[in-house]
Design a binder for this molecule. Structure first.
Ligand SMILES: Nc1ncnc2c1ncn2[C@@H]1O[C@H](COP(=O)(O)OP(=O)(O)OP(=O)(O)O)[C@@H](O)[C@H]1O
Length: 245
């Protein structure tokens, strides 16, 4: 569907720089790099899937884009400008992260959880109407899926410009996975959120993504529009096999 640059709002064909981008990125946990020359772009209103087998470097990519890991080589750019700031500063400037760990306070109610996160409750309930009827319920009594919806609602309710979502659907039922991904898609379409989606559910991720990258051993080996990659599923599945070769 979309290339990873946003079309100009005025439709003149000019382009704005991506919200978040890596260029020639090498990064890892010591002197040896896990990532090799990773180039990823996330544009306004775009859902970008980051796929690949275990150990391919997806989380390392997310942490480097978030500012938690410093690049060994290459750079991360926000809105076309090189960014070397740490995560807390990027977070203040609209970068949001959500992972499998479901950051919610179990003893607080749903509404209290949204309030302490300084999330806009109306906006959060717009994306997740099912949470509205649970507003007064203690979070510890919610299902795992509802807790993850709340974790995502806390983050999206703050109106970030970019969301890095690392396996937010891990261990959840297929219907819940669809629900979470649909909400992310809705935020991208209605709020111009740019999203990087690390997902183990390849076909589901491709259903919601505009663009996708497949990482293998720290390198992008396949990329293309969601529709393009959906048509190359065999190739993607092969990349998940024989990683140890
Ligand atoms: N804290 C760390 N210290 C050293 N090596 C690490 C660390 N975290 C990850 N690695 C290594 O970096 C490589 C990439 O890991 P990463 O977690 O980025 O992959 P991934 O694609 O997210 O995998 P998964 O799908 O299993 O979460 C792996 O070889 C992993 O063992």
């Amino acid at each position: 569907m979309n290339q990873p640059t946003a079309p100009a709002a005025d439709g003149t064909g000019s382009h704005e720089p991506p919200l978040l981008e890596s260029r020639g990125l090498h990064a890892g946990y010591g002197p040896a790099s896990v990532l090799r020359d990773v180039e990823i772009k996330i544009a306004r209103g775009q859902v970008v899937a980051l796929l690949g087998p275990n150990g391919a470097g997806k989380t390392t990519t997310v942490h480097t884009l978030a500012g938690e890991i410093k690049p060994l080589k290459g750079e991360v750019l926000r809105n076309g400008v090189r960014d070397t700031s740490p995560l807390f500063r990027r977070a203040r400037q609209g970068l949001a992260y959500v992972g499998e760990d479901r950051t919610v306070f179990m003893t607080l109610t749903v509404a209290e959880n949204l309030r302490v996160a300084r999330a806009n409750t109306d906006h959060a309930f717009e994306l997740f109407p099912e949470l509205k009827r649970l507003a007064g319920r203690r979070t510890g009594l919610l299902s795992g899926g509802e807790q993850q919806m709340l974790a995502l609602a806390r983050v999206l309710g703050r109106g970030p410009s970019v969301l890095l979502a690392d396996e937010l659907s891990l261990g959840l039922a297929p219907l819940v996975v669809d629900r979470l991904l649909a909400a992310v898609r809705q935020a991208a379409d209605e709020r111009e959120l740019g999203v990087l989606l690390v997902e183990q559910h390849v076909e589901k991720a491709l259903k919601y993504a505009d663009y996708a990258y497949v990482l293998r051993r720290g390198e992008v080996i396949i990329e293309g529009s969601g529709a393009d990659i959906r048509g190359r599923l065999d190739e993607v599945q092969d990349s998940y096999l024989s990683v140890a070769d």
